[in-house]
Ligand binder design. Structure first.
Ligand code: ADP
Length: 237
């Protein structure tokens, strides 16, 4: 129940906010129909995501979990950024994306991984907001490791984590937020580990935190070439 409440909270909150925005655009004189259409489209996407979460939970409860599939991480990050577009713009955050060319796909579940990324980006935005960070930047870096993993790291320019938080962030119910549930990162960790991956955290040298997800490369039984020089392929946000 705690997991479902936590996971549904974000898309339902976004859905309400987008529906309210849509009404505001329509109530203008004259109405801004293009902005209203965009808000209605975002509302639909939020609804679809909430329904996907219910589907995934039902699949877990019926012991027929979603099978692993080939996940294109670059596409996943771009889609997730679009889903969170409203919040990202509202909070004046920029989201950079770096990836080597021809990044191999990960072997995971796309919808599960999207929830993990949403949690990490939302936490980063909240940390920067709470700390009143002047520079609000999230950098998502994609790479491969020599051990056959495809790696996605999410760094922010927030306050970083205390040593107590570094020790406990992945424990259920650990939270430093007045209205937090402390379930997000515990769910993220078990999701990533259930796909044979790892989730870790460290503080950056200058400021902020970096969460890193490593997932097995989808390799159809052969070892995929490794890349080590990330290249800026897109700057978004
Ligand atoms: P919640 O968001 O409900 O607190 P989470 O499990 O997602 O639950 O996060 C647990 C705690 O980890 C947060 O309360 C916060 O203290 C810390 N945390 C998570 N992400 C970050 C981040 N990017 N920067 C600083 N602290 C973070």
């Amino acid at each position: 129940s705690a997991s479902l409440a936590h996971e549904l909270n974000q898309p339902l909150g976004a859905l309400l906010m987008n529906a309210q925005a849509c009404l505001r655009w329509l109530n203008r004189n004259p109405p801004d129909l293009n902005a209203a259409i965009r808000a209605a489209e975002r509302t639909m996407r939020d609804g679809e995501r909430a329904s996907q979460i219910v589907k995934t939970t039902k699949a877990m409860l019926s012991r027929t979990p979603i099978a692993s599939e080939k996940v294109d991480l670059l596409e996943l990050v771009e889609e997730t950024r679009t889903l969170l577009e409203y919040e990202i713009e509202r909070q004046n955050v920029s989201v950079d994306l770096m990836s080597p060319p021809n990044l191999p796909p990960a072997n995971a579940s796309k919808s599960e991984l999207q929830q993990v990324l949403i949690n990490l980006i939302t936490n980063a935005m909240q940390a920067m907001e709470e700390a009143g960070s002047r520079v609000r930047r999230i950098s998502v870096r994609l790479s491969t490791s020599e051990t056959g993993f495809v790696v996605m790291s999410v760094s922010d320019t927030g306050p970083g984590l205390s040593s107590e938080a570094i020790e406990n962030v992945f424990e259920p119910y650990f939270t430093t937020k007045p209205f937090g549930m402390g379930m997000g990162l515990a769910i993220c960790k078990s999701t990533v580990e259930s796909r044979g991956g790892k989730l870790s955290v460290r503080n950056n040298d200058n400021s902020g935190a970096t969460f890193e997800i490593a997932l097995p490369v989808e390799s159809k039984g052969r070892l995929t070439r490794m890349y080590d020089v990330p290249q800026m392929v897109a700057r978004i946000g």
